[in-house]
Design a protein around this ligand. Sequence first.
Ligand SMILES: [Zn+2]
Length: 487
Amino acid sequence: MYDILIKNATVITVDPKHHIYQPGYVAVQGDRLAAIGPMEELPAEAAAVKVIDADGLCVMPGLVDAHGHAGHCLTKTLGESNDTQYADAWWGKMAQDIYFHYTDDFFWYAEGALAAAERLKFGITTGVSMLGSTPRPDRVENLAAHFEGAVKTGLRQMSGVGSCDGPWPKHPWTWENGKPTEHTLTPEQMVEITERSVRELNGKHKRQICIVAPGSMGFNVAAETREFAIWKNKEMYRIAKENGVALHTHIYGGGIKFVYETLPEALNPTTSLTHCTQLLPEEISILAETGAVMFHGPTTRANIKNRCPVYETMRAGASVAIVTDGTSPDRSYDIWRDMKVFQVIHRAHDNDPLLAPPGKVLEMCTIVPARAIGMDKDIGSLEVGKKADIIIINTKQPHLAPFGIMPLHRVVYHAQGNDVDTVIVDGEIMMENRRMLACDEGRILADAEKAFNEMRARVGDKFEYFTAYDDSIYDLRNKTMPSPYKD
Ligand SMILES: [Zn+2]
């Protein structure tokens, strides 16, 4: 007797042999996949506690979004700068200002739940987040609150802190009774909190994984010395290695060469390097040689400002995963959207409409990121013995019908996050008919609104700059808006 039996579906496995069963079945026992195959091989006597007749629907492995930012779901849309001189700096500074000065535990809790709910409802069963924009590593409690909100939704949450970008020391605030207290955070304290976070929070819940996630591992000449950058990177790598957790960071051109020259052991197949824009040719070779994985966010501002050499890197033999980098200032955790943007931008760049075929793209949102975060033995494909992380797509809708021919093309080209009907994580049904079962979605939305309003009240008058815009948004390009950070 199985616990769950899904039958009569189109089953896209993403397994090494690229099996698609049409019609097929998937059986779950406990938290694992017990059997998968074509319907004609399902024994007549097979029974289950819960039988899902998915006739005409599509079953796939849960998606893996291997890079995002805790906090961003409560700062999205804000900070629309209108001047190239400080376009990203303004948004980035705003986010840093909010995260370091105007948040409390409830903010991180409510945002953690909201973000996890968004991911889960789009079919993501494992999500990776860095706490803050450049991480805020002054208290274990911030990250603990984020995890508490996230895991109650049913999502497998992998999150971390690590070194934030300089200059040092940092001066984060905590809030009590409506009043802020400023603290000083030294690099040594950052290392201590990062290590404590991993030791205290990793595995506290079965779907809670705490990793090491420094904001960057490159060398920022303007904010630190070379010796400091080397020390910081060594400490981040040491904590990850000693605790057996993933190392996850942003990096840009020059940064990979810097790490390779100063700490080559930190570049390995479970090191994830987000953005990788403006890479030097030798850095592509370094990725191929070391196996470190490029995390590419096609809809990110980093990718808009500077090109990420995705296909050059894959042709050199290195791995690339697609990530949302969700959700601020202008993105979403709908990773289906990123699949399509990925195809369009790279096809357009190479003038090749068949580049980035659907199977490759789907692997870049499932098994490739699973491998990069060290979890491919458990997640990333539908194979017997792996964790039962399964999504069912409602294909009985005008934009997906008639469903059946070229099913992998159909879902990658035409499906979107809201088409995910059912989500199973660890063998537990977390969403059915788009209704979340493990948590109260209305409460998550109400908490998010409360946390947002409280943050806004703490920011005070300055908040009007974060939402300011005028009729120039109808022009070819926005005009310059006033900024509290202009000087
Ligand atoms: Zn990021």
